[in-house]
Design a protein around this ligand. Structure first.
Ligand code: SF4
Length: 259
């Protein structure tokens, strides 16, 4: 089983297809993964690898590590486009997520006021007041919706809770209308002999209806970039992603393709 974890709380900078030169903040353990989803394509591997032993970093720890790294980069005159919450799981599950976002915005303002702060989230915690408040303060609130059809979403994302359905996620996402970025992974393949494909006409029509209801600032379509825990998945090539993007754009929605 693939397990590619980030072994630091502050990592990078790395060059991101989607975001530019990005310094990562991992609010999950350094030697394990915690997520409310267990996506077939997760770059950190399956949840079955365990939560590790380090626990989640404290607010103080995140602050001191990020402060040191930003100071070092700033002193060396290094470029930075974005500070991104991502890593070994779902960042909004951290109990002090709101306070940490506040600290990160303050440090950004001190060292790189022109850089953006992005959060990559799977949208499962956007019913929690403090998470909603925090996400409203960041520059790029990037929220996942891989399928507007629950059966497909549950096959791809494998939520821990039986209550997570696409209809509910779409309803919750509407509260960020006009500001959020919806991120959708396009893929096809199979898992345990079950065929999965979110690129069919039915899937794209359902996604377009969901995007129209949510009214995001933008949709980000992307495809598999690295080895995935489920090896029976295939990459949707750039030309096909662009064709899907044109269909979505025809509905009046701004789309960015990352392939
Ligand atoms: S939501 Fe993100 S971190 Fe969680 S399993 Fe899916 S890809 Fe991995």
């Amino acid at each position: 089983m693939q397990t590619v974890l980030f072994h630091e709380t502050v990592f990078g900078p790395i060059h991101s297809r989607r975001l530019g030169i990005s310094l990562g903040v991992n609010l999950m353990p350094n030697d394990g993964k915690i997520c409310s989803f267990d996506c077939l394509y997760c770059e950190a591997g399956y949840n079955a690898q365990g939560q590790g032993t380090t626990g989640v970093p404290t607010r103080k720890d995140v602050h001191s590590r990020l402060n040191a790294r930003l100071k070092e980069m700033h002193d060396k005159g290094e470029q930075l486009d974005v500070i991104t919450f991502s890593g070994n799981g779902e960042p909004t599950l951290h109990p002090d997520f709101k306070e940490i976002v506040h600290d990160v915005l303050s440090l950004r303002n001190k060292y790189y006021p022109e850089a953006k702060v992005s959060v990559l989230s799977n949208s499962t915690m956007i019913t929690k007041k403090s998470v909603i408040e925090a996400l409203k303060t960041v520059d790029n609130n990037i929220l996942k919706l891989d399928s507007a059809i629950s059966h497909t979403m549950r096959l791809i994302n494998r939520p821990k809770s039986v209550n997570v359905q696409s209809e509910g996620l779409i309803e919750d996402l509407k509260q960020f209308s006009g500001t959020c970025i919806i991120q959708t992974m396009m893929l096809r393949g199979s898992h345990n002999g079950v065929r999965i494909d979110n690129t069919t006409d039915e899937e794209i029509d359902a996604l377009i209806a969901a995007y129209l209801a949510i009214k995001p600032r933008e949709v980000m379509l992307y495809s598999i970039d690295r080895k995935t825990p489920e090896e029976q998945l295939e990459k949707v090539e750039k030309e096909e992603l662009e064709a899907i993007a044109r269909r979505i754009e025809a509905a009046g929605i701004k789309v960015q393709v990352n392939a």
